[in-house]
Design a protein around this ligand. Structure first.
Ligand code: IMP
Length: 201
């Protein structure tokens, strides 16, 4: 069985957000028809794994098995060196049900202060998984971008933890940068390049 995907293949994105399906369609160069798990009434599974790759694969397998079609899922987050990789897979959960990232960034700052360390290094990770249904094969890739955290947060052009992260080699945070510049070098860009190399002829 080949893991290359023909143009026009239907992919179920493990999300309930129609905007995210559109974004995934574009990130895969418009080669595939992307529909959401939400539109097929497939519930979101609990993210019970302990790694980005584990959670991406769990979500892709769940969507593939319940839809009977090839499925794509992602999992991403911010990891801080002196916090042993936290918030990591809990990045969204640190912002609470209100998705309050000011609070989440304050929590990151407090936790770092508590360590007494001067180290402000951190990295974003994006794991992507494509799974074939019924326990079929899967492709999993991971992209990272490394950088330094800065407090207080700077810039309002991004989302999530963007305002506290300056990627290596730059002097602006992801929140200040031109979004196109971020999209060209982010953890997501690295992961999608790897995925395309694995799936495209
Ligand atoms: P997921 O949607 O469960 O994968 O959660 C991803 C979490 O990591 C969200 O809370 C995001 O805010 C955060 N995150 C992932 N990528 C980025 C990024 O590029 N910038 C800022 N925050 C990010």
């Amino acid at each position: 069985m080949t893991l290359k995907l023909e143009a026009g293949t239907k992919l179920v994105a493990a999300t309930h957000n129609p905007g995210k399906a559109k974004e995934l369609h574009a990130l895969l160069d418009g080669r595939f028809e992307v529909l959401t798990a939400g539109s097929l009434n497939i519930p979101e599974p609990d993210e019970t794994e302990t790694t980005f790759v584990g959670n991406a694969l769990l979500k892709a397998r769940h969507a593939a098995d319940l839809s009977g079609q090839i499925a794509l899922a992602d999992d991403s987050g911010l990891s801080v060196t002196v916090l042993d990789g936290a918030p990591g897979i809990y990045s969204a959960r640190w912002a609470g049900p209100e998705k309050d990232f000011r609070m989440a960034m304050d929590k990151v700052a407090e936790r770092i202060e508590e360590t007494g360390s001067e180290d402000r290094s951190a990295w974003f990770t994006c794991a992507l998984a494509v799974a074939w249904p019924n326990g079929g094969p899967a492709v999993v890739v991971q992209g990272e971008v490394h950088g330094t955290l800065i407090f207080p947060p700077r810039g309002d052009r991004g989302f999530g933890y963007d305002p506290i992260f300056i990627p290596d080699g730059y002097d602006q945070t992801f929140g200040e940068m031109d979004p196109a510049a971020k999209d060209a070098m982010s953890h997501r860009a690295v992961a999608f390049e790897k995925l395309k190399a694995a799936l495209f002829d």
